[in-house]
Structure formats: structure tokens, C-alpha cells
Write a protein that binds this ligand. Structure first.
Ligand SMILES: [Mn+2]
Length: 374
């Protein structure tokens, strides 16, 4: 039995903000679908963050439906749970549930076991850190059901486990029920694999990198559950945009740029460039030149101070920046800070209390107060 496992497809990322990159997520997703069809997998599991936002634009939904319908044509069931990007703070039906209503997908994030192709799949949707107690209780319920489940047993979660995702994770692998053959994980954009009990826990990682810190090599997993021990083959996707992060001194800039511009890329790479320099550079000209071959995400110059030179323009304290720094330190939530400083504070300062109240309500409903998560 071979299953296809993917997660964190983030369909709809970059819509509106970076039109050139919107297709990256669609192409990677469709490539994953093609691989699953070519490999004749018995079924596909998506471990959540299917969409990039809970209120998706039509194109993201269109691609999702197209991909899942393609699987359906080949009689490959599509099972999914939901990540935090799929779930709105406003209580409503998450968009991917439409797949189930259309009869082309099966939601398995409700803790109910689902039998498919000689296996039983059981899963939960994303639980936030504050819902940890609830999550642990539900994992306990699942653990108690295991003896009654038949065939190969698969648990599907969209959570971080500390052993893969570090200290910020909601769970430790030691809190996972034992007795399952495969733990199909989502949420971490970096792939990770750990033996757990007699089974195997695995994150395939995102199908296309989303953040600067995500690995550039992205892929999906083919999971072989035929034998006693699950084994995973990770397949890298070709439809991934290269990203280049470069720190360079002004002296070596030209040589480095010539090298970058001379190289061949499957797609226009995203570029983050930091130049340490002791003189002012013509950033506009540089950006113009680089944008021919690259999607310039950020270029900045960092001043290097020469010995014996006095810099009259030593940076003054920027009050706004300082206020923001302190607020972030206190709230650890950049979007809440931006809201407080740029939307709420000006209204309060000018006595527009009704507007301030309205803004808070809108901000709350829009979910901007949530932590930024993967
Ligand atoms: Mn994600």
C-alpha cells in the first residue's frame, strides 16, 4: 500500500501582492498531484494549510478543485485536515470542506476514524497553543480507539512537535499516541522524520517555500505501508522558485552580481541582498538592473564604519521605531503592534472613540490579533 502525503500547499499565497509568484504554489501543487497519479498511490493525505488564507480568492479554490478532481478521475481518494491558514476566527465553514460536499474529498480532522483502502485514517484539525489541553484530550480519545481500528493505522495532525520544530511547538513526540503505523504531519515547512513507537512520524514540508526561512528544496512523501515498518520516499518538486540570500561587500559586489546574472535558473529567482559599504550606493539603479533577472525582495546597504572617520550623520533614535520595538517586545505580535500604533493610537489621540471601537472590532474579526504562524 502506497499513500501520497503532502502538506502546507498554501494555495493563494501572493495573490494580489506578488502576481508573478502566485502561480508558484499552484504549479507545485499540481506537480504533486501528477506524481501521485503517476505513482498509483492508493490515496492522498493532505495535512493542512491547504489554502493560504481562510477567506480565499476564487483562483486558489479553482486550483484546489482541479487538483482534487484530477485525483478523483484516477479513483484516488483525497483525505485532508485543516491548518490554521484554513480556519477562520469567524465561526464558519472552512472552504476546503466544500471538497467533501462535492464528494471529491474527505475531511478527517474531526477525530472520527475513516477506513480507506485497507487502512484506517484518523486525524484532528489544527489546535492552537491555548487549546493544548483539548488537543491532548482528543489524542487520548484516539489512543483509546486504536485497538478497535483495522488495517494500517494513520494519524493526521497539523501541529508542531518539539523534536522536529523546536521549543515553540505545541506538542512533544512523547505526547503522541503509540500504536499507529504512520503519523502524517503538517505545519512545519521543513521536512522531518522520526521513528515513534513502531511507527514513523513524518513532515513532508511545504510544497513550495513560503517564508524566507523555509528550505528551498520542497517536496512530497510517498509512504509505503506494505511491510511491517512504514517507509518514506521524499520526492522533490521541480516547480520551486529559487531563492538567493546574499551578503556581500561593496568591493566584491560587481563580481558577485556578474556571477549571479550569468547563472541559469529554472525560474526568475527571488533575491535578498545586503551590501556592506562605506559609501552611499545608487540603490535605485541597482534595483532596476537586478529586477531584469530577479524578483528583488529586498536590497539594503549596511554602513561599515572606517577607523578614524567621524560620521556626522550617526543614527539618531527614531522614536517611532523605538516605540514599535518596545511594543513588539511586550506583545510579541507584530500585526497587533502595527494595528495599535498605526490605526488605534491615532484615533484615540484625536478622540475618535467610536471609530477606534469600530477599528478594534474589525481587527478582531479579521483575525489580525493571532500570532503569525507558519
Ligand atoms: Mn503552513
Amino acid at each position: 500500500m502506497i499513500i501520497g502525503h503532502l502538506s502546507d500547499t498554501h494555495l493563494g499565497a501572493c495573490i494580489g501582492s506578488e502576481p508573478e509568484r502566485e502561480g508558484d504554489y499552484y504549479n507545485a501543487f499540481m506537480e504533486a498531484i501528477e506524481i501521485f497519479i503517476k505513482e498509483h498511490v492508493d490515496f492522498v493525505i493532505h495535512s493542512g494549510d491547504i489554502l493560504d488564507e481562510p477567506r480565499p480568492y476564487g483562483t486558489a479554490m479553482k486550483i484546489l478543485l482541479q487538483g482534487v478532481m484530477e485525483l478523483r478521475k484516477h479513483d484516488i481518494p483525497f483525505l485532508f485536515t485543516l491548518g490554521e491558514h484554513d480556519i477562520s476566527n469567524v465561526p464558519s465553514t472552512p472552504h476546503p470542506i466544500l471538497l467533501q460536499l462535492q464528494g471529491i474529498g474527505r475531511y478527517i480532522g474531526d477525530g472520527e476514524p475513516y477506513e480507506v483502502g485497507g487502512a484506517t485514517v484518523i486525524g484532528l484539525h489544527k489546535h492552537r497553543r491555548v487549546e493544548r489541553g483539548k488537543l491532548l484530550r482528543k489524542l487520548g480519545d484516539i489512543s483509546r480507539q486504536l485497538p478497535n481500528l483495522s488495517g494500517k493505522k494513520i494519524l493526521v495532525l497539523h501541529q508542531g512537535v518539539r523534536e522536529c520544530g523546536g521549543p515553540g511547538s505545541e506538542l512533544s513526540i512523547h505526547e503522541m499516541p503509540t500504536g499507529l503505523n504512520y503519523y502524517a504531519m503538517g505545519h512545519l515547512h521543513k521536512p522531518c522524520r522520526k521513528d515513534w513507537g513502531t511507527g514513523l512520524l513524518s513532515y513532508p514540508g511545504a510544497t513550495h517555500w513560503v517564508d524566507l526561512g523555509d528550505p528551498m528544496e520542497c517536496g512530497i512523501c510517498l509512504v509505503d505501508l506494505s511491510g511491517d515498518q512504514a517507509s518514506v520516499e521524499r520526492i522533490l518538486l521541480k516547480n520551486v522558485r529559487p531563492k538567493i540570500m546574499l551578503e556581500v561587500s561593496a568591493r566584491e559586489l560587481e563580481a558577485k552580481l556578474a556571477e549571479l546574472e550569468g547563472a541559469e535558473y529554472p525560474k526568475k529567482p527571488c533575491l535578498w541582498l545586503s551590501i556592506s559599504t562605506d559609501r552611499e550606493l545608487d540603490m535605485q539603479a541597482l534595483e532596476k538592473r537586478l529586477s531584469q533577472r530577479f524578483i528583488v525582495k529586498k536590497i539594503k546597504q549596511e554602513p561599515v564604519q572606517r577607523e578614524g572617520v567621524i560620521y556626522p550623520g550617526a543614527p539618531e533614535i527614531n522614536l517611532d521605531e523605538e516605540l514599535k520595538r518596545l511594543a513588539i517586545k511586550a506583545l510579541s505580535n507584530e500585526s497587533a503592534v502595527n494595528f495599535a500604533l498605526h490605526e488605534l493610537l491615532p484615533r484615540l489621540a484625536s478622540g475618535e472613540l467610536a471609530e477606534a471601537k469600530e477599528a478594534v472590532w474589525r481587527f478582531f474579526k479579521g483575525g489580525g490579533w493571532r500570532d503569525n504562524e507558519d
